[in-house]
Design a protein around this ligand. Structure first.
Ligand code: GDP
Ligand code: GDP
Length: 455
């Protein structure tokens, strides 16, 4: 299949750019039983990570979203690695090495009651070489008497040891403040999107596909124009429309209602208007004139929706004009031209007659539900483990990149970060996306997968 071919020759640049909204990574590193998971629990302030006295006990979660003083970050608990779905069994130093590579900041935990061991020293050497910011935690400093043992860890040459009792909370706030001081401020990149209120829909598509007709049909007499800022005629106008017993907000409808003259540059302005509408919307209905051949411009609008990360419904309009023959060719065209967005719900309607216009709401609901979906990390990694063991990444240059674990960094749309031990090919990433869609649905939403790879 083309996908298999892509696996073979699909070498592509691994983007080292992080996508918007990805959180900085704090990795918790240290020997077994020094108190890593206890510290994770302390930071999360809820008992999410499982703590057991038995080393190597099953823990199904390895990545958590943490927050301190209003800053959010992804926390990786290497204590959980012994039993991930991918079955990693690494020595302390190897484990630390992987974690350090992925981290923006390393929280290195040493048991102050034991002092630095050979294993600890090995990790210190890795940390020095990596040159990443390190916050050294001297754990199990439950009272004043242990402070002296903590101070002895200055000898490791990693700067100040922060005396902490993960069990009782003593000192953990100060250690976290130290983490924030060196944490890159990537969390600020995420664009703020208003949450709540009526769901926001953009009605988009090239000129004459029937946007204005559909809006009129949907809004009927009850339409309410909002957000009209006095001034130029170019101001975007939102309309509140009752559909299926709920209120929906159709964004930037001014451009839809106004007949736009076909002048030079009209394409450019049309696509600019589409973009501003998409920025404000949560879901887009892309209208396509079913009577005409699918055009380059239709595909461009669809790409715009996907690239903007909005939920997508495709509506084939003017269905009243179709005869048998055109229907047959349309099906072929869709198969050929729209393979990339097979996951989008599709409605065949007529803005003129009102045929199937009522099917828009269920399609919008499906798409938005997928767009909002969050897969629990445990479930995600269980599924990922099955996918990867059933079809491992091909061996390249004698090496086999392994998927260590994955986490969903954000929703709207679902964005996944896959942590891997080596370069993951584009074809394999598409394979992962396809399998995740098979497993979780995601009908109507783009899905983003980015890879964090250790060099
Ligand atoms: P991990 O293997 O590094 O994740 O360690 P755990 O978090 O599972 O902790 C190992 C053991 O040390 C558990 O019995 C914890 O209760 C205990 N422990 C963790 N932090 C502290 C602490 O600050 N003080 C004391 N006294 N015990 C701790
Ligand atoms: P817009 O430029 O996308 O807003 O498209 P309009 O709503 O202005 O529609 C362009 C033309 O297509 C108009 O002449 C409409 O009457 C016609 N039209 C729109 N929807 C339908 C439909 O479902 N069936 C038919 N037969 N004509 C339609």
């Amino acid at each position: 299949t083309p996908e298999d071919q892509a696996l073979v020759d699909g070498f592509q640049e691994q983007p080292d750019e992080l996508y918007e909204g990805e959180l900085p990574v704090v990795a918790i590193v240290g020997r077994p039983n020094v108190g890593k998971s206890t510290l994770v629990n302390r930071i999360l302030r809820r008992r999410e990570a499982v703590v057991e006295d038995v080393p190597g006990v099953t823990r199904d979660r390895v990545a958590y979203e943490g927050e301190w003083s209003g800053r959010r970050f992804t926390m990786i608990d290497t204590g959980g690695w012994e039993a991930t779905a991918t079955g990693i069994h690494l020595k302390v130093a190897e484990q630390a090495e992987v974690a350090i590579d992925m981290a923006d900041v390393v929280l290195f935990v040493v048991d102050a009651t034991v002092g630095a061991t050979d294993d600890d020293e090995a990790v210190v050497r890795l940390l020095r070489r990596a040159g990443k910011p390190v916050v050294l935690v001297a754990n199990k400093v439950d009272d004043m008497r242990m402070e002296g043992e903590a101070a002895a860890l200055w000898n490791l040459g990693l700067g100040q040891p922060w005396p902490v009792s993960a069990l009782h909370g003593r000192g953990s706030g100060d250690a976290l403040d130290a983490v924030l001081e060196v944490l890159p401020d990537r969390s600020m990149v995420a664009e703020p999107m208003p949450v709540g209120g009526p769901r926001r829909v953009a009605l988009v598509g090239r000129p004459n596909v029937g946007k204005s007709s559909l809006l009129n049909k949907l809004a009927g007499e009850e339409r309410v124009v909002v957000d009209h800022v006095a001034g130029t005629t170019r101001d975007p106008v939102d309309e509140l429309v009752e559909l299926g017993g709920r209120t929906w907000r159709f964004v930037d409808t001014a451009g839809i209602r106004r007949r736009v003259h076909q002048t030079k540059g009209a394409d450019f302005y049309a696509s600019l208007r589409t973009q501003t509408a998409l920025e404000k919307a949560e879901v887009a209905v892309v209208l396509i004139d079913a009577e005409e051949a699918i055009a380059e411009q239709d595909l461009r609008v669809i790409s715009q929706v996907v690239e903007t990360g909005r939920a997508l419904v495709i509506a084939y309009n003017k269905w009243d004009l179709l005869d048998e023959e055109r229907r047959y060719y349309l099906e072929r065209e869709i198969e050929r031209e729209l393979v990339q967005v097979q996951w989008a719900p599709r409605v065949n309607l007529s803005a003129r007659t009102g045929r199937h216009v009522d099917k828009l709401v269920p399609a919008l609901d499906v798409a938005l539900t997928s767009w909002d979906t969050r897969v629990p990390t445990g479930r995600l990694n269980a599924v990922m483990g099955e996918i990867v063991s059933g079809h491992p990444h091909p061996v390249r240059g004698g090496k086999q990149p392994r998927i260590l674990f994955a986490t969903q960094a954000s929703t709207r749309p679902p964005r996944f970060v896959v942590f891997a031990s080596g370069f993951i090919e584009a074809g394999y990433r598409r394979f992962l996306e396809r399998r995740l869609r098979e497993e979780f649905g995601f009908e109507g939403t783009p899905v983003e997968i980015s890879v964090r790879v250790r060099e």
